[in-house]
Design a protein around this ligand. Structure first.
Ligand code: DHB
Length: 389
């Protein structure tokens, strides 16, 4: 079998690419080791930038985000025991949408099915070879059929534990990494909302984020040691820790309820450059990972494939994979902006276990300066709601 574009990974990046290519008249095959049900059971971040919402709606994926998502026109930054609201509408003329990544995945998978896209979930024995004239992809279909695909272009959209990124020889790539001495403890709980907007908190006990999923289901996170076993924590202990982190002179308290899911989330900054090699391109987390503060991961992945889908038709028409350099250059500009933004939000709101009292006071000074400066607040609001595409 032959296909113009083989896509490894059918998460949001792979599916959006497949969708956009099909609108440009380019066929593709997307595969994923996970079943659709497994991907749907994965909890990820929940914030969509304005440009991401526009992409989903304007490119005909779905307008469900507009009907079922929640538009947020600001956030609360909480430090020194008080909340400081940032008004995105006023500061940046923009907003974000709370719409979980799982729903974005469902919309994309449904759209591909509706449009007759070739997406194969639950495949096994994937082998990728990019050493020959054309990329080769071998796998066993979910029904047991062995498949042998030759492609003009292979796209690695296979997430933060990407196999495809390792297909680029060491001499032809650079890797930039930053590790953090903390992780996030994430929970889902059955409780009413504690606040109508997201609350990003810095406290002496560390970071906490109060987010939401529905009227009755809430998402919260707090900074923890990366070695934490989430199941060693009782519900009472989790609530006590969260309450202690958001406590303050205004007596803000969280509305508690049964905790239905818990996990410790990895934390890392990573970029592999360039995002292409021969007939291989990397998109989304496969090429770059950000720490979760600010929820840039999914948004970056969608912008990657928006640019990639513009470049691919030319690459195929001229049979010139060197044109992928345009994709890499354009995508990396946004990637590095978001790398800085995610790193900055993270370092401003977390406390390093080896940090000094000076670091703590300095961060409070930074937050005070930021919330009292129109320019500083604007910078955060622009980064959070997303730069124009
Ligand atoms: C969520 C996650 C984030 O990392 C963030 O910055 C905001 C919201 C969430 O899961 O709701």
């Amino acid at each position: 079998e032959r296909t113009p574009v083989a896509i490894v990974g059918a998460g949001p990046a792979g599916l959006m690419l497949s969708h956009l290519l099909s609108r440009a008249g380019v066929d593709s095959v997307a595969i994923d080791l996970r079943t659709r049900a497994e991907i749907e059971a994965t909890h990820r971040a929940g914030i969509l930038e304005h440009v991401s919402v526009r992409l989903l709606v304007d490119e005909g994926v779905s307008d469900r985000v507009l009907r079922e998502g929640d538009e947020h026109e600001g956030i609360a930054l909480r430090f020194g025991g008080r909340s400081h609201r940032l008004d995105f509408r006023e500061l940046a003329g923009s907003s974000v949408w709370l719409y979980p990544q799982t729903e974005v995945f469902v919309d994309l998978a449904d759209a591909r099915r509706r449009d007759g896209g070739d997406v194969r979930f639950g495949v096994r024995d994937v082998q990728v070879d990019v050493t020959g004239e054309r990329p080769l992809l071998r796998f066993t279909d979910a029904d047991g059929t062995p498949v042998h695909l030759t492609a003009d272009l292979l796209v690695g959209a296979d997430g933060s534990r990407s196999v495809c990124r390792h297909l680029v020889p060491e001499a032809d790539r650079r890797r930039y990494t930053r590790e953090y001495p903390f992780a996030w403890f994430g929970i889902l709980c059955q409780a009413p909302r504690s606040h109508d907007e997201l609350v990003y908190t810095r406290s002496e006990r560390g970071f906490a984020l109060i987010s939401s999923r529905t009227e009755t289901l809430q998402r919260m996170y707090f900074q923890c040691d990366p070695a934490t076993d989430p199941h060693a924590w009782s519900d009472d202990r989790i609530w006590a820790e969260l309450q202690a982190r958001v406590a303050g002179e205004d007596s803000f308290t969280l509305r508690e309820g049964p905790i239905t899911e818990r996990a410790v989330l990895p934390f890392r900054s990573f970029v592999q450059e360039p995002l292409h090699h021969g007939r291989l391109a990397l998109a989304g987390d496969a090429g770059h990972t950000v720490p979760p503060t600010g929820a840039k991961g999914l948004n970056l992945a969608l912008q990657d494939v928006r640019v990639l889908a513009e470049v691919v038709p030319d690459v195929l028409r001229r049979d010139d994979p060197s044109l992928l350099a345009h994709y890499s250059q354009r995508a990396l500009q946004r990637v590095w902006r978001a790398q800085h933004f995610s790193y900055w939000m993270t370092s401003m709101l977390h406390n390093a276990p080896d940090g000094s009292p000076f670091d703590d006071r300095r961060a409070l000074g930074e937050l005070t300066g930021l919330t009292r400066s129109a320019a500083g607040s604007c910078y955060l609001a622009e980064g959070y709601t997303g730069w124009p595409s």
